[in-house]
Design a protein around this ligand. Structure first.
Ligand SMILES: [Zn+2]
Length: 230
């Protein structure tokens, strides 16, 4: 009887992680939540940010970091929901293909996740940016390159002002590989706010001959963006 029950349970459709009500479709969300996602327009955000991080050619994001997306990302990061990575990666991949096609750009050679320190990684059990990069790699056939290590976790950095934050971040990463001239990479992260983290990683790359883009799941919309796009 119990084995029958457990069999039936495993056959139940998975619930949507956003509403915990509807049945998840093959992308991992229910259709209502999927259609209601606050999507970021398929644009190069570098052009639209008031102070974009230096050195990046292109930054894209699949969603606005608002309401239900905040809840979803918090579950992904802090409440042990690493399987959400595949659903999120599908959204990032679709956005990336659209942006690169419309801008007539070639896709990157490598995906480079924003790293965590070993201590932070051990505490959480996974690095969410790495999970996204691995899921994107599977979807797009672009290899993941572990090019950067994190020497300092700057979890409280959001409390610092922009300059202090940049200074702390600048000492938080270490390059552990080499890139040949002409290499295109995409840094992968879950949430984009000021872009300070992406800027700090980009500052480690050779200045000439390497193209650095960034793909993120969600972007905290600045006020002027809210008015025009959301
Ligand atoms: Zn739902």
């Amino acid at each position: 009887m119990f084995s029958q029950l457990s069999k039936n349970n495993s056959a139940l459709p998975q619930l949507c992680p956003l509403c915990a009500y509807g049945n998840a479709n093959k992308l991992g969300l229910c259709w209502v939540c999927f259609n209601d996602l606050p999507r970021c327009p398929p644009v190069n955000l570098v052009v639209h940010m008031a102070q974009p991080p230096k050195g990046l050619r292109l930054i894209l994001s699949a969603l606005w970091y608002v309401a239900e997306v905040r809840y979803w990302v918090a579950a992904f990061k802090f409440r042990g929901a690493p399987k959400e990575a595949v659903t999120m990666a599908n959204l990032i991949a679709a956005q990336a293909l659209q942006v690169y096609r419309s801008q007539q750009l070639k896709l990157p050679h490598y995906l480079v996740p924003v790293p965590m320190t070993k201590t932070a990684w051990a505490a959480r059990g996974y690095n969410q940016a790495q999970l996204l990069a691995e899921a994107l790699s599977e979807l797009l056939g672009i290899p993941v390159l572990y090019l950067v290590q994190r020497t300092k976790q700057t979890t409280k950095a959001h409390k610092l002002d922009a300059k202090a934050r940049r200074q702390v971040l600048a000492q938080s990463f270490m390059l552990v590989g080499q890139l040949t001239r002409g290499t295109r990479i995409a840094l992968i992260d879950d949430v984009l706010t000021t872009g300070a983290t992406l800027g700090a990683m980009t500052a480690l790359m050779p200045r000439v001959g390497v193209i650095v883009d960034a793909w993120t799941l969600a972007y905290t919309p600045p006020p002027r963006f809210k008015k025009t796009h959301y």
